[in-house]
Design a binder for this molecule. Structure first.
Ligand code: SF4
Ligand code: MG
Length: 322
């Protein structure tokens, strides 16, 4: 397999205006994230809210201009493309949002919602575009007759199917799915996850799947990255991440996740305190204020991602770098 996407040292900082006596500071929402996604693969990105996973997804698509780093898609450096080159490439790089309702104009019929991306990219004649709309509604399991309806006439799961149809209608190769099932009931969640998996096979799609829910990510991903305060702290094939988590933060997240057999649950690890303020992250290892294994060096030396096993399991923690 070849890498479809390479993300290198990606950074996204947001300025925070200080009071009159303070200089402007920055929230380092994404602070040096490196990983790749193979063609046809699903990479999951997990972490608590505010850890920078959504910002990573938007910055790598250049929906938010990155502050630093590089994104290589299919051999092309997105960071170096002009706005118009990026606009053309946008067709191949799509996003599915958590709440499709918020991104659907309530006054637009579904037909027009789905025609819009085709019109923006100048695809086909009017007739061909209408045909594509009917086709895509069938593909996502809704049926062409839904085209005449308005967003409020759909359930949450149906709206997410429309959100997926809207990104899929351009026949992209990479889809960033940002919490696509988090707003849905559990029974509907699995329908949408199954749909995403079917579509992946049918259309040779590559996914970056962002979620705070470890069991959802486990279900759908080939490899998984765990983020904490704007950085990847662990990145590994799904099997080794879930069976042998190496980072104390991942261990704590997994110990708190619901499991089918509660007797098989590892002992719950309770973390001290809350996630620190990202505008003023702790020095050294940003997790050191909450880590049950904190050592002296952790307070001053920032651990870099390094291989654990030579099998593609990486972790950023001094416990593994002695
Ligand atoms: Fe804990 Fe130190 Fe590892 Fe950070 S580097 S996770 S503080 S042991
Ligand atoms: Mg988010």
């Amino acid at each position: 397999m070849e890498a479809l996407l390479q993300v290198r040292d990606l950074k996204k900082y947001f300025p925070v205006k200080g009071k009159w006596f303070q200089p402007t500071t920055h929230v380092k929402a994404v602070d040096g994230v490196t990983f790749s996604i193979q063609k046809g693969e699903t990479v999951g990105l997990v972490g608590e809210s505010g850890c920078g996973k959504s910002t990573t997804g938007r910055a790598l698509l250049h929906l938010l201009p990155p502050t630093g780093g590089e994104v290589i898609y299919n051999g092309r450096n997105l960071t170096k493309l002009s706005t118009s080159e990026l606009r053309v490439l946008r067709r191949e790089l799509q996003i599915v949002f958590q709440d499709p309702y918020a991104s659907l104009d309530p006054r637009m019929k579904i037909r027009d919602v789905l025609l819009e991306p085709l019109e923006i990219h100048g695809i086909g004649t009017k007739q061909e575009r209408l045909k594509k709309v009917e086709e895509i509604l069938e593909i996502v399991g809704l049926g062409g007759h839904y085209a005449n309806r308005y967003p409020h006439e759909f359930s949450g799961g149906q709206r997410q199917r429309i959100g997926i149809a809207r990104s899929l209608i351009l026949r992209p190769s990479l889809i960033v799915a940002d919490e696509p099932v988090s707003a849905l009931d559990v029974s509907i969640q699995s329908q949408i996850l199954n749909l995403l998996q079917d579509l992946q096979e049918q259309f040779d799609l590559t996914y970056l799947f962002i979620s705070h829910d470890l069991s959802v990510v486990k279900h759908i991903s080939d490899r998984v990255g765990v983020m904490y305060l704007g950085r990847l702290v662990e990145f590994a094939p799904k099997e080794s991440l879930y069976s042998a988590p190496a980072h104390p933060y991942t261990q704590a997240l997994l110990s708190a996740a619901p499991v089918a057999n509660p007797d098989a649950r590892p002992q719950r690890i309770i973390l001290k305190g809350d996630v620190p303020n990202p505008a003023n992250p702790p020095s050294g290892c940003a997790f050191h204020t909450r880590c049950p294994h904190v050592m002296e060096a952790c307070k001053s030396v920032r651990p870099e991602l390094a291989p654990v096993d030579g099998q593609g399991h990486w972790v950023a923690c001094h416990l593994h770098q002695q």
